[in-house]
Ligand binder design. Sequence first.
Ligand code: ADP
Ligand code: MG
Length: 566
Amino acid sequence: MKIQMPSALKKLIKSLKGRGYKAYKELQGKSFEFSPFTVCFEHVQGDPFAQPTRLSVSLDLGAVGFPAIFFDTPTRCLALEDFLLRELNRNIKTSSVRIKGTGKSGVIAVQAVGQSILCRSGARILGGKLNLIFFAGLPAGGRSILEQECLRMFEEAIQPVWAQSLLPEALNFSRIEQAIATLEDFSALQMALQENDWSAFVSNGSLLPRSGGNSDLPLEEQAVLFQAPEGLSAWVELPHAGQVQGMPVPKGINLIVGGGFHGKSALLKSIQSAIHPHVHGDGRERIATVSSAVKVRAEDGRPVQDIDLSGFMGDLPSVTSTRHFSTRSASGSTSQAVNIIEAIESGAEFLLMDEDTCATNFMIRDARMQALIHTDMEPITPFLDRAEEIHEKFGVGILLVMGGCGDYFEPASQVIAMENFLPRLVTEEAKQIVQAEPGKRVKETSQPFPTVLKRRRDLRAVDFSRGRKEIVIQTRGLSSLTLGDNEVETHYLEQLQEEGQLMVCGWILHRLKELQVDSDLSDVKGLKKIIADMETEGLASIAPYNTGLFVLPRLQEALAVLNRIR
Ligand code: ADP
Ligand code: MG
């Protein structure tokens, strides 16, 4: 199939020869049959340095020869959307065509993708049609239109990328089948969690470590592949992979112990990221975690608004009551306690913590310290004394990396030791140690853990406007979200995967503020409703138009952002 640049578009571009950049605006809003694509110039940039021009591109998948089984279920649509975006990104990156011009002249792009498979507005399939957002920097020399370069960009750069990435004859169908199989297997694995009362499952052969501290790509060399330990191993049946063996994380209090550098954190991180599926070849595609799981950490400096902290904190010096606790800057232990309560509020069924990012005085208080500092002088009830209660009362599973404190052997239902990157089940040994050395520590809970209330944060005080702009929602990587003049720090929301999720969180909060005008829904209920609406009306329905850069976040992240507004 040959892609044909429409003569009307050619003619229009030629007519812009030598004119000032603003003349490109003549394209705005115009649609062209760019057979087999339909292309619309949604927004034309104002100058060569501005964000590239945004095109929407649609394609009838069946008509060009994609088998219907590639897009006949929501899961398959998601797999194909993700697959095609990756193809586009790859072919854009490897394209050697260079277009001349100033600023962003000749730049072509689509939404970027990470290692997770997520619902992204840059490519959506609806009713058998692919809807793509494509960015193109319209070429200019200085401020004068370079019409020949513009034609070249369409014919020599864009058309080949579309042909290589989106048309069946250039695609390897077996790779699409593989992408679908990977995602369907992940979905089945996540279902198996519910059926078996597991919080997570790590299949044998998974590759957990990443290539670097700030890279999400697999470690290429000398990675030890995961192998379930004797005594904590199970089989699951997946639709494509068949019988798969691995380690379930039962819904209890699970401890990961072991010496430093033996792979404890790598295991935990893989599990915390497996709330979302991973792309084929990532190494984590057969790891699944309950989708509501929340990684909890200490986050000193975060603001807190009216939370009942009394389950973890007795009366604090200078604070009247911890039943309605607020602060502009929480301490390490306080922030971690708040993060746990807010995770429960969000409906999390699984909490993960790593000693590397925990506040020690929140996690433990040993017998000697109890002897030296009387309970009356220590407002903190350590997590150690609440873990079982939280597990039972709220039905949440817990997974804890704790290489430095054996006091957790007592509440633990499973103890897994990492040794040279492989797990060994040591629950029996740990329990025997407890029997042999009972210890002198006393449990420090007087009151039962309070109910976790579904709060409602009044958003009237949050102003999304700035200057003459009515709504300003901006992201800076994953580390902050700006709403009007407010900057929300999101750096420690470890489970945010892509910037587009944070952007959508901003829009969700804008919608929540509107929703609050005539409803008294709690934050959680409001967010649930908004996210459900987005699922039926489309991800881009959250904002005035589709930027092509949105990614669906979880309720957990949206609530976490809300709770960090100052
Ligand atoms: P711990 O938390 O036990 O101190 P980490 O999980 O941080 O250990 O791992 C220590 C180092 O070993 C890291 O550089 C990590 O990338 C690497 N690593 C972790 N798991 C594996 C594995 N399965 N195979 C190879 N290297 C690994
Ligand atoms: Mg570690």
